[in-house]
Design a protein around this ligand. Structure first.
Ligand SMILES: [Zn+2]
Length: 352
């Protein structure tokens, strides 16, 4: 048999005993939209006049006692300077860096609100400055949230990008001015990722803490995500060497992998928490790191001397799925519905 889907078969067999998880049955996730009818997201009416609806909603937004700063200090990782810039202007350089401007405006608005919330969360958490850049609560790099100057954005995009998209970026910030996310009155840490692969993760399955608003939820509209399905191919000997260089001699050979690798725990979001390799516990995160996988939702396919590791989703899977947000927006959901879907039990409130 040329195509031995041995590990997928092992994982599949084990998953038969775990309800609601279709990890190894990747085909189930290929056509996510087909599953949309089972998802518990309130449908919005088609043809909503969103602007007027949003305006009406905005009038009812609760105002918090949290004051919006006029200016923000940002440590610029490119110039090594601490910049002091207008708070809302800063957000334009963040949303343009963190999400493609081609995305639906409602998804961009959702991203703006996560960006605005994130910076306030950091300012509150590190009143004396973030330990790695003590003069500023955030930096402009991936360490915090990415901010890019307008000049650099223009240089890094195709001609015409500014004329086509800058107005939309401005609108996403201006139309949500001052809005942030809270849970029980407190500013949340609004984690997000590229694409979950169909279901997001409970925070404790990826990071250490269980956070009430970072719960596993369906993410059914990600089919446009370019990295939804990934694949890494290695020879069986490389596969074994890489694992054994970290975990020592586990007695692995090209011919015994299917017996030696057994699925351990799977998260509610369908990602592998642990594998047992000849009795040694290996986490999905470690496998992701060793093989540079897009996510910890993976299965193995062995064909002779070649191992293909097939992944679903991109990123840690916690909080808002960006491609899921864009997919929801395309389905007619507004930014508030998107945020309330991905962040369980949160409120969208206005700062003073
Ligand atoms: Zn930073």
């Amino acid at each position: 048999m040329l195509n031995r889907m041995i590990y997928a078969a092992v994982i599949f067999a084990m998953l038969l005993t775990i309800p609601n998880i279709s990890l190894a049955v990747l085909e189930d996730k290929f056509d996510i939209k087909d599953e949309a009818t089972t998802v518990d997201i309130e449908s919005s009416n088609e043809g909503d006049v969103k602007e007027s609806q949003d305006t009406a909603d905005d009038e009812m937004l609760e105002t918090t006692s949290i004051e919006e700063p006029d200016l923000i200090k940002v440590y610029n990782v490119k110039t090594n300077d601490v910049m002091v810039i207008d708070f809302e202007e800063y957000l334009k350089g963040v949303v343009a860096s963190e999400m493609p401007a081609e995305f639906n405006i409602e998804a961009l608005k959702a991203q703006v609100i996560t960006a605005r919330t994130y910076i306030l969360y950091r300012m509150k958490k590190y009143p004396e400055g973030q330990p790695e850049h003590t003069d500023a609560p955030v930096c402009s790099g991936t360490h915090c949230q990415v901010w890019t100057s307008q000049e650099d954005l223009i240089a890094s995009h195709d001609d015409g990008w500014y004329d086509t998209y800058w107005g939309k970026i401005e609108e996403s910030v201006n139309s949500t001015r001052g809005q942030i996310l809270t849970y029980e009155g407190k500013i949340i840490e609004p984690l997000f990722h590229s694409a979950s692969g169909g279901r997001t993760e409970n925070s404790e399955d990826v990071f250490s803490a269980s956070v009430p608003y970072l719960r596993s939820v369906e993410s059914p509209y990600e089919s446009e995500a370019p990295k939804l399905h990934g694949s890494v191919k290695v020879t069986a000997s490389d596969f074994i060497n890489k694992i054994e260089s970290v975990y020592g001699d586990l007695g692995l050979t090209e011919d015994n992998l299917d017996d030696m690798i057994v699925l351990g725990e799977v998260s509610e979001g369908g990602k592998i928490k642990t594998l047992l390799i000849n009795g040694a516990e290996v986490t999905g995160r470690e496998m992701r790191s060793i093989f540079g996988l897009n996510s910890t939702n993976f299965s193995f396919i062995q064909t002779g001397n070649e191992i293909e590791i097939v992944t679903t989703g991109y990123g840690h899977g916690v909080g808002m799925s960006q491609w899921g947000a864009d997919g929801m927006a395309e389905e007619g959901f507004n930014y508030k519905e998107i945020l309330k879907h991905y962040y369980t039990g949160v409120e969208i409130v206005s700062m003073k």
